[in-house]
Write a protein that binds this ligand. Structure first.
Ligand SMILES: Cc1cc2nc3c(=O)[nH]c(=O)nc-3n(C[C@H](O)[C@H](O)[C@H](O)COP(=O)(O)OP(=O)(O)OC[C@H]3O[C@@H](n4cnc5c(N)ncnc54)[C@H](O)[C@@H]3O)c2cc1C
Length: 468
């Protein structure tokens, strides 16, 4: 039995195999050698085609097709099926199961919208999304834990930033948040130290894959169809105002309208309909460590650092999970493939595309110190321990076990600016005009999913001139 299997027997084997820490060094080395001689370890030969050779005349036909079975696609399909019961709607997903992208590899936190720029879509959709998701989970009997959260300042500079964050959170309408001093912090998180903290009592945790499956049940009950293992590789004009949606396996479906919610592949799918290449998706891996089960009692709720305002990441945090374990992470390192869950997941095609992208090169030059620090702590658990011991001093190296990882779809433009907010887009030309693309759905996209779905449904009704 490996160390990984020991910390959580419930984690799927595939996830364990994609874990970074604990991979034998020779495997990492051999991967790089192969990469240098130009061998792709993973044949991810994504095909981007705007024109397809032959259209199947009798391919199944729908009014609307949603591409992408993560939480955003599934919430959108559900919302539309409930709003328009007379419409025939299907969802296609490239993987054999739903929620295998970012939705199935995240912190599992229900955010309350504390951090985000007032008035931004991120702030508005998160605050509304959190309200909607709690109501939904109560109605559907989905288990969650409103265990709360503290954002902890450990020095004077962080205290100043924390105060600014608190003001922002109030403007965003976050409910019942309070600034607490070191003593009060101890009463909330007895093992955590800090000078001052924001306490958010309504922040919670949930299994977002479980929520996605509930959306899928609602969708199919309302008459929707789900096609898994259907990787869209191109769109073309078909007869009777339809769009032919071609899959990599040769199948074709037809639909009058398309909405794509493709996470790590959102730019590539949007480009298939004539949309611009930017914002481009750069995959940023977030690795987690897992607290040894004997130390989980040290963490009651979510413990977050004061975030670095230069980056759209919330920082390495302690998060209790629904199974009783506690994760510590995620960090932020460049992934070497769109689905690069470990250092050995390398796609030459993806890597070449990333390195040829001027935006990423500019970002790397500007933030090389941050990147190098994250990489160092990724490879050196002792360095990561030093960072997290600031909050829980009682931890030792053996308390932190290697854990799973997720990959963020970081949308970026060619100046190297990271898109912090949600981005929605429409395709170009006769076919593209009948498509909407969710090009950037960053964290807290899972929390916001029901609010995003409402917004996309309104946008689709407007753009496609649907009437209820
Ligand atoms: C490390 C990490 C931690 C996070 N923590 C949180 C958190 O605590 N709380 C929170 O609210 N949010 C969190 N997020 C953000 C949240 O997970 C995402 O915003 C959300 O999951 C995005 O959902 P999505 O459906 O847009 O993308 P995804 O879940 O990535 O789904 C996209 C789907 O499209 C499919 N697809 C792609 N291309 C094709 C194609 N050509 N044909 C068919 N299907 C295709 C993919 O297989 C995938 O299933 C976190 C994200 C990460 C990475």
């Amino acid at each position: 039995m490996t160390g990984l299997e020991r910390w959580s027997p419930s984690v799927p084997k595939a996830l364990l195999e994609r874990t970074v820490v604990g991979v034998a060094p020779w495997r990492i080395l051999s991967s790089y050698v192969k990469l240098l001689v130009g061998v792709s370890l993973k044949a991810q030969d994504h095909v981007i085609t705007a024109h397809l050779p032959s259209l199947q005349r009798h391919a199944p036909s729908y009014d609307l097709l949603v591409v992408g079975g993560g939480i955003v696609g599934m919430a959108t399909a559900r919302e539309l099926a409930l709003r328009y019961p007379e419409m025939s709607i299907a969802l296609v997903e490239k993987e054999p199961r739903l929620a295998m992208g970012q939705t199935g590899h995240n912190s599992g936190v229900i955010h309350m919208g504390l951090y985000y720029t007032p008035g931004s879509l991120k702030a508005r959709l998160c605050v509304r999304g959190a309200d909607l998701i709690y109501q939904y989970m109560d109605k559907r009997g989905i288990p969650y834990n409103k265990c709360g959260k503290v954002i902890v300042a450990t020095d004077d500079d962080e205290v100043n930033r924390l105060r600014a964050l608190y003001t922002r959170a109030l403007v965003n309408g976050c409910k019942d948040i309070r600034l607490v001093n070191a003593e009060e912090l101890k009463s909330i998180e007895p093992h955590c130290v800090g000078k001052m903290a924001i306490h958010s009592p309504h922040t919670g945790i949930v299994d977002w894959s479980r929520v996605t499956r509930a959306y899928a049940e609602d969708f199919t009950k309302a008459g929707g169809r789900i096609h898994t293992s259907y990787e869209v590789c191109g769109f073309d004009k078909a007869e009777e105002d339809n769009i032919a949606v071609q899959a990599k396996n040769g199948e074709t479906l037809r639909a009058k309208w398309i909405i794509s919610c493709c996470g790590l592949y959102s730019d590539r799918v949007a480009m298939m309909s004539g949309s611009p290449a930017e914002p481009k998706v750069v995959p940023i891996r977030g690795e987690y460590l897992v607290l040894d089960s004997s130390k989980c009692h040290l963490v009651k709720g979510n413990i977050y650092p004061v975030p670095n305002p230069q980056f759209p990441f919330l920082g390495v945090h302690f998060t209790p999970r629904m199974d009783g374990s506690v994760w510590v992470g995620p960090n932020a390192v460049l992934a070497f493939s769109r689905e690069g869950y470990s250092y050995t997941d390398i796609s030459w095609t993806d890597l070449k595309e990333m390195l040829c992208f001027s935006g990423l090169r500019k970002l790397m030059v500007k933030h090389w110190q941050f990147g190098a620090g994250e990489m160092w702590r990724s490879l050196n658990r002792r360095a990561q321990l030093k960072r997290v011991k600031k909050f829980i001093p009682g931890l030792t190296l053996s308390d932190l076990q290697p854990g799973p990882s997720g990959v963020r779809a970081m949308a970026m433009d060619s100046t190297g600016s990271m898109m912090g907010d949600f981005v929605f887009d429409q395709g170009q030309g006769e076919v593209g005009q009948r498509m909407l693309h969710v090009r950037n759905a960053p964290s807290p996209g899972a929390t916001s999913s029901l609010a995003i779905a409402e917004m996309v449904a309104d946008k689709a009704a407007n753009t496609f001139k649907w009437t209820t």
